[in-house]
Write a protein of this length. Structure first.
Length: 154
């Protein structure tokens, strides 16, 4: 089973010439069929990287507010990285992201997490607030990506 297999009946990705279009990715752990909602739902290495950005403080009064969007942001971007890798590319080949937020105020936290995946230059970006269109009230962010990955030897 591929890492990007969707949990519903649609294509997770499709190649169109030199472009790969990725469907919107949400933070649902496919092995547990559970929406990511805390730092404990992501790997220890991810928690360490986020700690370097000032997240995962260990202070309940801070983490209770930040953890859901920060953990989901990391999870979604890592899933996109995995999908791009399945096509033979790297994260910087994802040249455009469309980010959908249940609450637009989460963008600032997401943007800091995105810096882990794009340390040099972020991709072209569109940000949209969609308070009622995400699959569950627990889902705080959905990201779709356009990947430029030239076909070789055709």
């Amino acid at each position: 089973m591929s890492v990007g297999r969707p949990m519903a009946n649609y294509a997770a990705s499709r190649r169109c010439g030199d472009f790969i279009l990725l469907s919107g990715v949400v933070a649902v752990d496919p092995t547990r069929h559970k929406i990511v909602g805390s730092y404990e739902d992501i790997p220890a290495a991810a928690q360490d990287a986020l700690r370097g950005l000032g997240f995962v403080t260990g202070q309940m009064s801070v983490d209770v507010f930040e953890a859901p969007i920060v953990a989901q942001s990391w999870f979604v971007l890592d899933r996109i990285r995995q999908l791009v890798a399945e096509h033979g590319g790297a994260m910087n080949d994802a040249v455009k992201l469309v980010q959908y937020f249940r609450n637009l105020s989460h963008y600032a936290l997401y943007n800091r997490v995105r810096g882990l995946f794009y340390p040099e230059q972020p991709p072209v970006s569109t940000v949209v607030e969609v308070p009622r269109f995400l699959p569950s009230d627990e889902v705080l962010v959905e990201v779709e990506a356009t990947v430029y990955l030239p076909q070789r030897g055709l």
